[in-house]
Design a protein around this ligand. Structure first.
Ligand SMILES: C[S@@+](CC[C@H](N)C(=O)[O-])C[C@H]1O[C@@H](n2cnc3c(N)ncnc32)[C@H](O)[C@@H]1O
Length: 240
């Protein structure tokens, strides 16, 4: 397990967006893919297409790409193409998994999205029936760790242990934990980033007064992120 911390500056020109870390995570995830050919690649929680854009630059080839997201606005800005199918659906909903099946061999990908699964057991059990191999990158509860500790609130997302245990019920998996730091010039910028990036709902637990106090006492000039990278083979004997 690697403990390397990758560092980024919010104000470095190339990273002047609100999804700096997610973009980095999607790139790292796609880099791990074997250079094979797949009938279908399914990207769960595809967003604006970070995974797709990186795959285009990689060795991995495919006939069909399914981009699945519950947000129509995100799907709208995801790249389009003859071999790209967009599915607007919620991975917390049973019906979602009845609407498509994947030809063999297929690969399932999900980057920076599954931390929002309401019932991880349900979502993973459904995903594991769809294809034998999957690659995930999932934010852990150590994301914004010091911020949550300073504000005395708990993370709204799953811990590394819960993620590993739940994934282990449906997959034989190998794990790699990566930590990231994103530096800011001012605390105000940091809080604006949290609000706009959509990585954590944590600060919504605070009142205006509490947020103001937190901004005065937060001891770091960076935000912490922790991501679990997962290479998984389904234990479901019925999966193709
Ligand atoms: C942080 S973004 C990551 C997007 C993209 N995978 C990337 O790496 O840049 C999380 C995405 O998951 C989607 N999402 C969140 N909850 C979802 C759900 N229940 N079902 C489907 N998509 C969901 C959001 O709409 C959003 O596009």
């Amino acid at each position: 397990m690697s403990n390397v911390i990758q560092e980024f500056s919010r104000f470095a020109h190339a990273y002047d967006t609100y999804n700096v870390i997610q973009a980095e995570v999607a790139k790292a995830l796609v880099k791990q893919l074997p250079s094979s050919h797949y009938a279908t690649l399914l990207d769960i929680g595809c967003g604006s297409g970070e995974v797709y854009k990186n795959i285009e630059k990689n060795n991995c080839s495919f006939e069909h790409f399914i981009a699945l997201d519950s947000s129509p606005e995100m799907l709208e800005i995801h790249p389009s193409g003859e071999n790209i199918e967009k599915i607007c659906a919620d991975f917390n909903n049973r019906k979602t998994f009845d609407t498509f099946s994947l030809a063999h061999p297929s690969l399932i990908l999900s980057s920076s999205a599954l931390q929002w699964s309401r019932d991880l057991d349900f979502t993973l059990s459904e995903i594991s029936k769809k294809a034998s191999h999957a690659y995930f990158a999932i934010f852990t509860s150590n994301t914004f760790k010091t911020l949550h500790q300073t504000a005395h609130i708990s993370s709204p997302i799953y811990s590394e242990d819960i993620l590993k245990t739940t994934i282990g019920k449906y997959y034989q998996a190998t794990f790699e934990l990566k930590k990231y730091r994103l530096y800011f010039e001012t605390v105000r910028e940091m809080f604006t980033y949290i609000k706009r990036s959509g990585v954590s709902g944590g600060e919504k637990q605070l009142t205006y007064k509490q947020t103001k106090q937190l901004m005065e006492t937060y001891p770091l000039d960076y935000l912490e992120f922790e991501v679990l990278f997962v290479k998984a083979t389904s234990l479901d004997i019925h999966s193709i």
